[in-house]
Design a protein around this ligand. Structure first.
Ligand code: UDP
Ligand code: MG
Length: 150
């Protein structure tokens, strides 16, 4: 079994709107394993670093304001294909393009309030996990493993 990991973050609007449990529930029910989680409000520079690839975009300033407007819930989920599956579970960046049944498709309306972040590639996932959880994640064996994987 692959131990692929993805960085999933519930943004300030998702936390404020009481969607933390709903989003965790979806990843748990899918069969992924939670290996790190924290609720916190990182400083602006930290968030600018996380979104450094988007710093030339016109929406960057607004994105950073949004992302530092309250606490975020940072998580690492592990399982086969977790990065790509996580993106599908989140839905398209623009909620108007997000499929019903996805998190964004079900719970939000505007791109600037799209409630969650998920790593887009395995390489970026590894970078984001290192940034957000520099002390590493918690290795543990799930009793469900044999019931989720062949
Ligand atoms: N964003 C925005 N306006 C845009 C595109 C993106 O406000 O036109 C925000 C949105 O919150 C998005 C985040 O910037 O989730 C990061 O953009 P990215 O293209 O990486 O989308 P994601 O990977 O989150 O789907
Ligand atoms: Mg992105």
């Amino acid at each position: 079994m692959s131990s692929e990991r993805t960085y999933i973050m519930i943004k300030p609007d998702g936390v404020q709107r009481g969607l933390v449990g709903e989003i965790i529930k979806r990843f748990e029910q899918k069969g992924f394993k939670l290996v790190a989680m924290k609720l916190w409000a990182p400083p602006r520079e930290f968030m600018e670093n996380h979104y450094a690839d988007l710093s030339s975009k016109g929406f960057f300033a607004g994105l950073i304001e949004y992302m530092v407007s309250g606490p975020v819930c940072s998580m690492v989920w592990e399982g086969a294909g977790a990065v790509a599956a996580g993106r599908v579970m989140l839905g398209a960046t623009k909620p108007s393009d997000s499929a019903t049944g996805s998190i964004r498709g079900d719970f939000c309306i505007e791109v600037g309030r799209n409630i969650c972040h998920g790593s887009d590639t395995v390489e970026n996932a590894n970078k984001e996990i290192e940034l957000w959880f520099p002390d590493g994640v918690t290795e543990w064996d799930s009793c469900q493993k044999a019931w989720i994987y062949e």
